[in-house]
Design a protein around this ligand. Sequence first.
Ligand code: HEM
Length: 445
Amino acid sequence: MSRPMVLRSPRRGSLRDDLALGGRITAMRLGGLAFALRGDPVARLMHKPWRLDPYPTYAAIRATGGLARSRVGISAVGTHALCEQVLRDRRFGVRLADGRPPFAPEDTETKRSGARPSEPETSLLEPVDLSLLGLDAPDHTRLRRLAAPAFAPRRLEQYRGVAEQITTGLLDDAARRGRFDLVTDLAAPLPITVIARLLGIPTVDADRFARWGRALATALDGVRSVAHAHELARTTAEARVLFTELVERRRADPGEDVVSQFVGALDAGQMSLDELVTLAQLLLVAGFETTTNLVGNAVRALQATPGQWEALVADPSLAAGAVEETLRYDPPVQLTARIAHEDTELAGAEFRRDWGVLVLVAAAGRDPEAHPDPDRFDLRREQTTPHLAFSGGAHYCLGAALARLEGEVALRLLAQRMPGLRAAGRVVPKTATILRGPRTFPVAA
Ligand code: HEM
């Protein structure tokens, strides 16, 4: 059965909405900064200068038992055991207990079990619908089952050759110049080209696609300003047009790409067009900046820790180990969040229904109870406790195998082709709270 190709537009804000939003953002930022200055660890994770190096704050949270209560309206957990517990506990979800999204106004209609979302759920505070990441069961379970086969590790192996070919081309260009930027010349174009291939995006749209990916990734940290909210709403609207056209094209001329596979589910009435389009958009957001940061953080740690880059050059088969160690030591996604669906207890403290908790997976990676000598980067480390960099439980990263594959290819070829690689200027970090990695990283081959 084929469904009508109709998409509804995200809700538009009026001037009154803009003023209210602007006031709310300013109040939240100023309030948060005041708490950060007074030592509130959760507020510190959201504000400079503390968020540029969050690891001392994570250590402070672990030192007080791993649960931080905060005045900013959300708590945080920072030990491996507590993070894993929250991620796996079915009493925690990503929506409010009644099924509304976290920032929904009180009067928003509840989406209950079995009711299929037919309309993008965006507001100015949450202008990007993050598909699976913003859904609880049963919608999450249904959509994830439909999406998962396309990400089976065996199926993704076909992208190894693609990743090698792209990386070789990028390194050829970089080698000719001698000095280049690790992020803009390798770590960013590799994943964006792979996702474009995966989704079957035509080459002509690749630049626009990369720009959207970067813009939408900023939504993960929340809306910074009214202008930011409008930029995100505009980007989402543009991306939806491209993905809708893509669905039409794949329907007429199916290929091996992921969108062609999803069109089957759309035509069988198992997912709506809105769901397909937001899922494709999530793949763009989830698979781009994250993998860019993985490569950037890995090279940074390998170069900053004596002997590590040399060890990789001597034995490039250690690249997979370097990827795992980076994911533990300095993960691209530092934290995620969950909401209690009922009154509950965590680490001896009471948690009210609808209370939020940040799950600091980066703090879990430095927990000495889980990882001996955790502040030491060692690409040969035996990962006795699996890290939580790809989360855990129902929302475990769907693209983990692809991210590992791309990271391994990038590091292995880099070590083989450029054994004398060295930093050639100041590394400028991104300033986000959730996604961590270098913005620019000048290097010489
Ligand atoms: C190093 C790179 C990556 C890291 C560190 C990473 C990390 C994560 C994390 C932490 C989550 C779960 C968030 C939560 O529990 O709330 C997640 C979910 C997800 N990731 Fe990744 N990711 C990476 C790469 C990718 C790639 C390459 C793709 C696909 C192209 C991808 C697709 C997804 C999807 C679809 C989800 C949502 C799963 C769900 O909600 O059921 N990720 N990722």
